[in-house]
Structure formats: structure tokens, C-alpha cells
Design a protein around this ligand. Structure first.
Ligand code: GLC
Length: 536
């Protein structure tokens, strides 16, 4: 089986502020991550992706970088990073870092220079323009984080859904900020503190490639490239069409220039030994478009595909998502990815509304064809924290999913006295320590599912064929050579026929404690559960 590691790996996302706090200041740090590596080994993941830990004024909690080649003191030092990387590698865990190429912080020395005068040599490193014809911003692009959506619970289904919110007509939603000093506007698809770099400037390409070399030379195995679809922009900066004008431009920017830039990026990665890889955040909610970012094997190695993350807990909706991936990603030779939770969205335990569904989703995530991403804390079945009114800290309303991970049952949960965000609900009983002792816990379910995946070439690399299944359920077969598995997921409120042909035994059931392994496959499937079956 000659596949690169990133096709068979399960990648675990760590949001460093919220993972583990070694120095007791209430904010997680790199040394905290290092001390928890054995937990990850026990769990059975293959790689970690660290969200940004670089120097940052933290307007967007690290996605506003003021020095791409140093560690922010709140997270530790470069030596801490090197120790973490070495210890991860000693344990066979690959390490991805988060590269933020679309924008820097407004406190980055590059922007400080760029802003200092129109004639500054770094002026063109950012996107500066004169006013539009009406004296306002140069075009109608909207920035992100202007209240385009909120999460709302549907009392009928128990699901929490993202509901669009029309922008406040009074609010300044422009992706442009006027600079008094030099009398021009600068572009920022996110906060005004996150000016967009201009990838039309060759010196920017060189500088950002140097950043990658800095980390690749240190030994990182790959990068997650933040909003990578946004780096290439329309050189004429034309207005967004009316039907897109209410959306943040960062969710619609899709210009051919990005593909050229990605081919250069790929060459850089290919010049390194050892299967270094790039997973891109392509935040276009359209799988056909996402698939284009694989190029013909000469752009991204992997791309996030977010439509499934916004899909309700329904069989028909999930069938469509699985079919879309097969229809668009496979034909371009791309390898799919699956993700249910991350640091930008309500956790899927919160979205789906019940623990049973979140448990069933574990087998869904870990048995589809492609590379799964697990967001730290989902293996504990964590819900989003409730953020008391007035104490939100994130400009994008994403605090809930960034609550600190509870490691121990005691009230401190392994953190310093005043963590930067409140803990998630039931933090004591959800803590890693408590769940580790309970084979029926969500944590042990993840561990069993990950072990099953590791033990089955079909689950890691095999084909996926959807099988006929009862209404409200889905079933698929994974196959590679003579290895086979069948997965059934019920999204239904009723018991349904399992109806899988042949002789199968249970390998993992989402509602059990492991003692089910080896039992004969049942004739029916319980509501909101999933079964992983192997040949009897
Ligand atoms: C990506 C990140 C998000 C960040 C934004 C701007 O979407 O996932 O957390 O706020 O980019 O960098």
C-alpha cells in the first residue's frame, strides 16, 4: 500500500490557546501541547495541525500575524516549538502548522512600512487604492465578521443551525479602511487589523515562500493554508455582483490567479524530501469549485470541503454530500477530506443537538473515503461553552467552540486559575481523565473507531460504494483488495431495518462500550446510531 501519509492519516486540530496550559496563565501553550502528546498517542491519531502560534496582537487570536517566524510569548518560544516537534516525531506524530498568507497583522513591520508613505518600497506589498467615483471605498467588497450569521437552536429537531443575519445597514461592512496619513484605502477581507497582502507583488511571493522554508527546514511535515482561495484577486478589483454583494468577499473570491500561485507553492513543497503537504482552507461552499483547487495533482494536496460541515443531521442531505465528493473530487484525482468541527463553527455535538447523534457522527467522519480532521475536544463529546452576555472576546462570535479542553475532573480542569474562556458544559464528567476510565465514553468510542480504521486498509484507502438502505439511514461499503467493511448510519428517530446483505459482524457500534465487538450484525439499527461491520 503505497500511499502518502496524509491520505491514510487522521489529522487532529489543536487550537493552542484552548488546548493545554503548562504555565498556568489561563492560556494554552506549546509546552502544554507537548505534555499531552501521550494522550494523542493513546487516542490513536496520526498528525496534529496547530492553529497559529506566531507573534500576533491577537485581534483575530493569531490569524493576524506580526512575525511569521517567531512564537508569540503567550505560547512559548521557538525552542518550545522545536521540543514539541521533536517529541511528536519521536512518537510517530506528524506536525502541520497554520500559514496565514492572505493577510498579515497591521502591526507587521511590512504593513507599518507600507503605510508610512506612498513611495515606500513596501507600498505595493498591500492593496492600496484611491477612493471610488462616489468618494467612498474603491469597490463594494464586504469584509468578514460583520454579523452575517448566528447559531440558533431549532426546538423541534434539537439541532443548532447557522442562520443568516442581514448586515446592519448602519454598520461599516466595507473590506476597505481609509488611511488618513497617505490618503488611500487599504483592502482587508477580514478585520481592519488584517490588511490583505498583495500576491501580485513578486517580493511578497518570495517573502511568504521564505516563511514556508523557515518552517519546512525546521522539520514540519505540512501546512494548513488559511483562506488560500483568496490570495489571487481580480487585478481590476471589480465589484461583486449584486447576488453576492451581501456576502463577505472572502467567501466568494475565486480567481484563476490563485491557481498559478498554488502551482508555484506546490513546486516549493515538491522540492523538499519526505511527502511534505499542504491542506488548503478553500472556503467556497461548493464542492465542484473546491475540487478545482487540487489542480491536476499540481496544486493543493488536500482541500477542506465545508458543505458537509453545514449539513443537517439527515440521511438525504448526507447522501448528497457523499455523492458530490465522488462526482467532483475523485474525477480530478483529488483525495477527499472530511471535517465536522473546527475553531470557526459551533461544534457538531452542539449542532446536532444530542450525544447519540454526535457519537454516530464519529463513525461517519472516520469511515468515509478521505482524510478526516478531528477538532480537539470532539473526542470528549464537548458542547460549545455558553458565553455570558457582554463577555464575548472574538469579533466573529466563535468563542463557544474555543472553550478550554477539560483535562481533569476538579474545578480547575488542569488549567491556571482564570482561563481565557469559560469551560464547556459538564466539564468535570466530560474531562479526559474521567472518560479515560469509562469504556462507554465518547473518548473510548473515538479510540475504538480510530483503531478499527488503522486496522483496515479498506477504511483507509478503499473505494466507497453507497448501498441500498432503509429510509432515514445510509449504508456504504469500503473495499480494498480482499479487505471490506460496511458502515450503516441512522439519522432516523425510528428503529430501521439494517438490510445489509451477507454475513457481517459488528466491529464498532456508536452506542456501545466495546463489548459488542464480534457480535453478529443485528437485523435493525437503532435511531441516531452507527455501526461499523466487518465480514463475519
Ligand atoms: C480562516 C480561519 C479563521 C480566521 C480567518 C482569517 O477562516 O479559519 O479562524 O479568522 O481565516 O484569517
Amino acid at each position: 500500500m503505497d500511499a502518502p501519509w496524509w491520505q491514510t492519516a487522521v489529522i487532529y486540530q489543536i487550537y493552542p490557546r484552548s488546548f493545554a496550559d503548562a504555565d498556568g496563565d489561563g492560556v494554552g501553550d506549546l509546552e502544554g501541547v507537548r505534555r499531552r502528546l501521550d494522550h494523542l498517542v493513546w487516542l490513536g491519531i496520526d498528525a496534529i495541525w496547530l492553529s497559529p502560534f506566531f507573534r500576533s496582537p491577537m485581534a483575530d487570536f493569531g490569524y493576524d500575524v506580526s512575525d511569521y517566524c517567531d512564537v508569540d510569548p503567550v505560547f512559548g518560544t521557538l525552542d518550545d516549538f522545536d521540543r514539541l516537534l521533536a517529541d511528536a516525531h519521536d512518537r510517530g506524530i506528524k506536525v502541520l502548522i497554520d500559514w496565514v498568507p492572505n493577510h498579515s497583522s497591521d502591526q507587521h513591520p511590512w504593513f507599518i512600512e507600507s503605510r508610512s508613505s506612498r513611495g515606500n518600497p513596501k507600498r505595493d506589498w498591500y492593496v492600496w487604492r484611491d477612493s471610488g467615483p462616489d468618494g467612498g471605498p474603491p469597490n463594494n467588497w464586504r469584509r468578514a465578521f460583520t454579523g452575517e450569521a448566528r447559531w440558533e437552536r431549532d426546538p423541534e429537531t434539537g439541532e443548532t443551525r447557522r442562520v443568516p443575519v442581514p448586515p446592519d445597514p448602519e454598520a461599516d461592512t466595507a473590506a476597505w479602511t481609509w488611511d488618513e496619513g497617505t490618503g488611500q484605502w487599504y483592502l482587508h477581507l477580514f478585520l481592519p487589523e488584517q490588511p490583505d497582502l498583495s500576491w501580485d507583488e513578486p517580493a511578497v511571493v518570495d517573502a511568504m515562500h521564505d516563511v514556508l522554508r523557515f518552517w519546512l527546514d525546521r522539520g514540519v511535515d505540512g501546512i494548513r493554508a488559511d483562506v488560500i482561495h483568496a490570495i489571487g484577486k481580480d487585478p481590476e478589483l471589480r465589484d461583486d455582483p449584486p447576488e453576492q454583494a451581501a456576502l463577505p468577499h472572502a467567501t466568494t473570491n475565486d480567481h484563476p490567479r490563485t491557481h498559478e500561485l498554488l502551482r508555484d507553492l506546490r513546486s516549493l513543497f515538491d522540492s523538499y524530501p519526505g511527502d511534505r503537504m499542504v491542506v488548503g482552507e478553500v472556503y467556497l461552499l461548493d464542492t465542484a469549485k473546491v475540487a478545482e483547487y487540487y489542480g491536476s495533482g499540481d496544486e493543493l494536496h488536500l482541500s477542506f470541503n465545508f458543505p458537509p460541515l453545514y449539513t443537517r443531521w439527515r440521511a438525504d442531505a448526507w447522501r448528497r454530500r457523499i455523492e458530490e465528493v465522488a462526482a467532483h473530487v475523485d474525477p480530478v484525482g483529488g483525495w477527499p477530506t472530511w471535517v465536522l468541527s473546527n475553531h470557526d463553527n459551533a461544534r457538531h455535538r452542539t449542532r446536532y443537538g444530542t450525544e447519540a447523534r454526535a457519537r454516530a457522527a464519529t463513525l461517519l467522519l472516520l469511515t468515509l473515503r478521505g482524510t478526516p480532521f478531528v477538532y480537539a475536544g470532539e473526542e470528549l463529546g464537548l458542547e460549545d461553552a455558553v458565553i455570558p452576555g457582554g463577555s464575548a472576546v472574538d469579533p466573529g462570535g466563535r468563542d463557544g467552540c474555543r472553550a478550554p479542553i477539560p483535562w481533569t475532573a476538579d474545578p480547575g480542569h488542569g488549567w491556571g486559575p482564570d482561563p481565557w474562556l469559560p469551560f464547556p458544559p459538564d466539564a468535570g464528567i466530560r474531562s479526559a481523565a474521567v472518560q479515560q476510565d469509562d469504556p462507554a465514553s465518547v473518548l473510548h468510542l473515538y479510540r475504538r473507531a480510530l483503531a478499527a480504521r488503522r486496522g483496515s486498509p479498506a477504511l483507509r484507502l478503499g473505494t466507497l460504494e453507497l448501498l441500498p438502505s432503509a429510509p432515514g439511514t445510509l449504508a456504504w461499503r469500503r473495499a480494498l483488495d480482499d479487505d471490506q467493511r460496511v458502515v450503516a448510519v441512522s439519522f432516523s428517530d425510528d428503529v430501521a431495518d439494517l438490510g445489509v446483505e451477507g454475513d457481517w459482524s459488528v466491529e464498532v457500534a456508536s452506542d456501545r462500550d466495546g463489548s459488542e465487538s464480534g457480535a453478529e450484525a443485528p437485523a435493525t439499527i437503532e435511531p441516531d446510531t452507527a455501526l461499523l461491520l466487518r465480514p463475519a
